[in-house]
Ligand binder design. Structure first.
Ligand code: UD1
Length: 416
């Protein structure tokens, strides 16, 4: 099931329920390591990255069961922080196990983490923050070894609001003795979700969602039941996809309050958007209008949805300009979109210009990373005739069942 076959050119129509959030589930699952009792984490998506996280937790000694109502994790028996190579190199978010494991075991051995090939993705901010909390790092035979005799609170100032580094500091801070004050924290909704879970377990955290977070560490945590919110990036993929493909759809349980920048962009592109507590309704224009898009940390426009705008703009009117400020190497779909007849110029590693054409033509294209892969599926839906998107395991890392979801919206898509 490596490819997706798409019969394009059909406007989207109908409603689809949005899955639980990948980027919220992963750190919450990592955080269960700090809780020496069972937690039930509900609404986790059934995606490859969640399955990898479950394998990692099991390899560390956690008892993990996927029940009808959610994932039950009991980390009572965890003693040593050694992570198997294969699991770590394939998934960048295994990095948030670093803060959790250091907090739990005082030592960690892991490979340098993997993830999507979108730029260099260094981990210097994680390492320097944890050093300030008493962690020592050694590199041996390509492995990273971390140890802390006494993890302690610290005043940390992040020069860039890294999501992963903020998560690691929170996880280590909850286990550390004393107070951790984090300035320059990431403000993404997933940080708030992580803090909400930890607070439900008894941690003392203030300021989640702002750039200053204060953690009073060292409290004993107890198990809880927790609901992971819907995935704002999956919702945004379908919403902006509809702007490109055409039609009108309802995204059930889409978290409108976390998606303001995305909804404003959809409106600028000519979409009619209605926000409600039940979800988001969007009606597409005949052809998308041109926009100037700049990605930014939350509450700015998310880098994870930049490729879908790029795809949608390929069938737009006029010239759309996109600036990517978070990751280099996030325009890898440009060459693939050109195979479908798109008119795009990449001026440097962070800027592209897209001149909309009336219609894209179906083609064989290749996904090389998660979000770009989903954008290629959107492009296939926009194009006239048949398209094949290869490399779909990348897409399955983040989308529970992108074919089923688009079929619910009337599209003709199958995995082959
Ligand atoms: C998380 C999300 C990812 C999203 C990204 C930005 C998860 C599992 N992934 O990734 O979907 O695209 O946030 O919203 O939640 N950086 C450094 N040094 C570091 C850490 C980061 O230079 O130590 C740089 C990165 O290379 C990148 C930028 O900071 O250019 C943003 O990275 P970060 O916010 O850490 O993203 P992730 O946590 O990896």
């Amino acid at each position: 099931m490596d490819s997706i076959r798409i019969q394009g050119g059909i406007a989207l129509q109908g409603k689809v329920r949005i899955q639980g959030s990948k980027n919220a589930s992963l750190p919450v699952l990592a955080a269960t390591l700090l809780v020496r009792e069972g937690s039930l984490i509900r609404n986790c998506p059934r995606i490859a990255d969640v399955h990898s996280m479950i394998s990692l937790l099991r390899s560390l000694g956690c008892s993990v069961h996927w029940q009808k109502t959610g994932i039950f994790v009991d980390s009572a028996k965890v003693t040593k922080g050694e992570m198997p190579r294969e699991a770590v190199t394939g998934m960048r978010s295994s990095l948030c196990l670093l803060g959790a494991l250091i907090g739990r075991c005082g030592e960690v051995t892991m490979e340098y983490p993997g993830g999507c090939v979108i730029g260099e993705r260094p981990i210097d901010l994680h390492l320097s923050a944890l050093r300030q909390m008493g962690v020592e790092f050694m590199e041996k035979e390509g492995q990273l070894r971390a140890s802390a005799d006494a993890l302690h609170g610290a005043c940390i100032c992040l020069p860039f609001p890294s999501v992963g580094a903020t998560e690691n500091i929170i996880l280590a801070g909850v286990a550390a003795e004393g107070e951790t004050v984090l300035e320059g924290a990431a403000r993404e909704p997933e940080i708030q979700t992580l803090c909400r879970y930890l607070s439900c377990c008894g941690a003392c955290i203030e300021g989640a969602g702002s750039s200053r977070i204060v953690i009073r560490g060292g409290r004993r945590l107890q198990g809880t039941k927790f609901w992971v919110p819907s995935d704002r990036i999956v919702a945004g993929t379908y919403l902006l996809g509809c702007i490109g493909v055409g039609g009108e759809i309802f995204l059930e349980q889409a978290p409108a309050e976390e998606m303001e920048a995305v909804l404003l962009t959809a409106e600028e592109m000519g979409g009619r958007v209605c926000r409600s507590r039940e979800g988001i309704y969007v009606q597409a224009p005949e052809r998308p209008l041109p926009v100037k898009l700049i990605t930014a940390p939350y509450p700015g426009f998310p880098t994870d949805l930049q490729s879908v705008v790029l795809a949608a703009a390929a069938r737009g009117r006029g010239c759309t300009g996109i600036e990517e400020t978070i990751f280099e190497n996030r325009f890898r779909i440009v060459g693939e979109l050109k195979k479908m007849g798109a008119c795009i110029e990449q001026t440097d590693s962070s800027h592209v210009k897209v001149w909309g054409v009336k219609a894209l033509q179906g083609a064989r294209v290749q996904a090389r990373e998660l979000r770009g892969g989903a954008a290629l599926v959107v492009a296939g839906l926009m194009a006239e005739g048949e398209s094949f998107v290869g490399g779909c395991p990348y897409i399955y890392r983040g989308y529970e069942n992108i074919c089923r979801d688009f079929r619910e919206l009337g599209a003709r898509v199958t995995s082959v």
